[in-house]
Each structure stands twice: as structure tokens, then as C-alpha cells.
Unconditional design. Sequence first.
Length: 254
Amino acid sequence: MFENMDSKSLCLEFRPRKACFSKAQVLWRGFALNGLLSATQPQVDLSQEDLTELLFDLYGTLELVELSELYQAVLKEPSLQQKIDWPQFFRNQGLQYNMRLVDLLKVLTDLPTTFKNWAFEKKVSANDLMPLISLKDPSGFTQICEVIAERRLTRSEGKKAIDLLVDLFLMGKTARELMPLDESSWIDQLSSLRYPQTKKRDQQQANTQNQWPDFVQVQSLRQGDRRIHRMQIHYFDDSDLSEKLRRLKTPMES
């Protein structure tokens, strides 16, 4: 009888964020795959089934954070791990089994719960978070991950922030230097740190455009290795055009 055994050793330590497909307790060779053993809950023994397919039948397609938790839970149980066809396990989830993916799942395990909840809510993909495996010490990224969650960035904003943040970490920036300075766009702040020369050119261009009168619209374009400026003058009639051309010419001569 299962109730006389050590229920902890017989339970797969995984709790999905959404309901399991089976209301009965599913047993596989002495393991409860979907919750702690209970004498009051209906039980079904599916030990004859393939474990890889059984887990997919139980939980279906998982979000990346859930997948990392299930992966780590199976690794803790050697008797289960040896029976899993890992390439098929990940194919069932629409992913290709490789070491980069495995490294990412390990990194996710140690990230803050708030960040994992954000990643689950936004349906973040493996590609979105793959830059994290470039960090030598992902634990140093913990504080930054909490900021991403607290600011409730969208998935696209989060991906862009992570790309910039990882680059800046690899450039030697500290978490303190990367904290939001105010309530304005954090991503703009990070972009300025990551691409200071681009920011400088953008500011110079903005200053140049601001020098033109309000009836002139100037667009800066790049053609090969040259930059050209396209100018539009808004006018009502020939007399108005002549006056505006005169106003443009006067500062140039002075």
C-alpha cells in the first residue's frame, strides 16, 4: 500500500501553474507524477506506459518556466531520469534538445520567483532568455531580474532589456549602475549605456533639426557612406514661399 511508504520519495516534486489534465493520481513504478500520494484520492497505475509520453499526456505543452521546473524535478529522481527520452521530451514541447537549452533551464531554476512569474505570464520563449547563458555568474543578475518583473515589462520590452543588460554585464557594468534612474524609459537608459556614440549622434541630429524654423521639415537619410538631408518647406502661395526662403537665407549669410 502506497500510504505506508515514504510519500516524499515517491512524489515527483513538480507543481505546474495550471491544472493537470488528470483528476486521478497517476502512479508510475511507485512514483506519484502529479501530486503527493493520498489514500483518499483516486489512483491509476500507468507503469506500463512510456514515461516520456505519459508526462506529456499529463501536463501538455508547458511554458518555459514550468518546463525548467519539471526538468529539474525529473533530474532529482535517477530512476525516472534513466527512463526519459530527452530528445523526444523536448520535441513534444516544440523545442530542440541541446546543451544551450539545458544550460538555460538550469539558469532559470535559480532566478527569483517574481521573475519566473513574469516570464510565465508573458509566455517568454527560450530564445527570449537565451542571452542569460552567456553570464558567468547568473546569480549576480538576480536583482536585475526582480526589476524586470516589478516594472511589468511587456515580453518584447523584456527581451530588449535582457539583451542590453547581458551585454552591459559582459562589458563590466554592475547591477547598481544598471538600476533605473527614474520613472522614464529604462530601456532608453540602457541603450544609452550600451551604445553611447549612437546616443550622441542622435542628440546631435535632434539639435540640428531643432535649429530649423517650424515651417521646415528635415529628414536625415543615409545613402551608402554618405548622409543626406531631405528638406520640405510648407507654404501657402508663391509670396509665402519667397518670404520663407528669405528667412532661411538670412541666418546662413549672417
